[in-house]
Design a protein around this ligand. Structure first.
Ligand SMILES: [Mg+2]
Length: 182
């Protein structure tokens, strides 16, 4: 079984870090919680390519439990690959971050065409947060779970958090294996 995992706001608490960096607050303002991308002063598409952006990414905190759950899947013989829309320039900082926070890491793919990557890599289940990419993944016919966020509440896909993941994902993974056999 191949499990695809997004990084920003799926395993890495990027929006909270953006709130701290750009607004100086630990809590994300209500109005921004509903937006998948934030329109903040100073946050340009090039921010994550800049030296400040790289340092920012290296300091983001992971979601509790995510690394443990993904590691347990790898120990059970599944494969975890990361599919992220972060720019290719962030590859090194991203790989270091995964290692530092004990995420299992064979492969990191940087792409904004996540549906196509899922097909190409024969991903069985994808874990995402962003409705934009969730739509691509759904259209590619790949099973999908969304890490629960305010901005994906109305997207028609099952939601999870990393506490629930240990219970939910093995069932989903098991179901897929079963349907493959039928
Ligand atoms: Mg994301």
């Amino acid at each position: 079984m191949i499990i695809g995992v997004d990084i920003c706001n799926t395993i890495a608490r990027v929006n909270e870090a953006l709130a701290l960096h750009f607004l100086g607050t630990y809590t994300i303002p209500e109005s921004l919680q509903k937006q998948r991308r934030w329109d903040l002063p100073g946050l340009t598409p090039d921010f994550f390519r800049s030296p400040t952006g790289m340092i920012f990414l290296s300091q983001v905190q992971p979601y509790n439990g995510a690394a443990e759950v993904l590691s347990s899947f790898v120990r059970s013989g599944h494969k975890v690959i990361y599919i992220t829309a972060r720019p290719q320039e962030t590859e090194l900082v991203t790989r270091r971050w995964l290692k530092e926070h004990h995420f299992p890491c064979d492969e990191v793919i940087h792409s904004e065409e996540k549906g196509l990557v899922c097909i190409e890599k024969e991903v069985d289940v994808m874990i995402e947060d962003d409705p934009f990419y969730a739509q691509q993944i759904k259209e590619a016919g790949v099973s999908l779970f969304l890490v629960k966020q305010r901005y994906n509440a109305t997207f028609p896909a099952p939601k999870m958090d990393w506490k629930m993941a240990r219970l939910i994902l093995p069932k989903a993974v098991g179901k897929n294996i079963k349907s493959e056999r039928n």
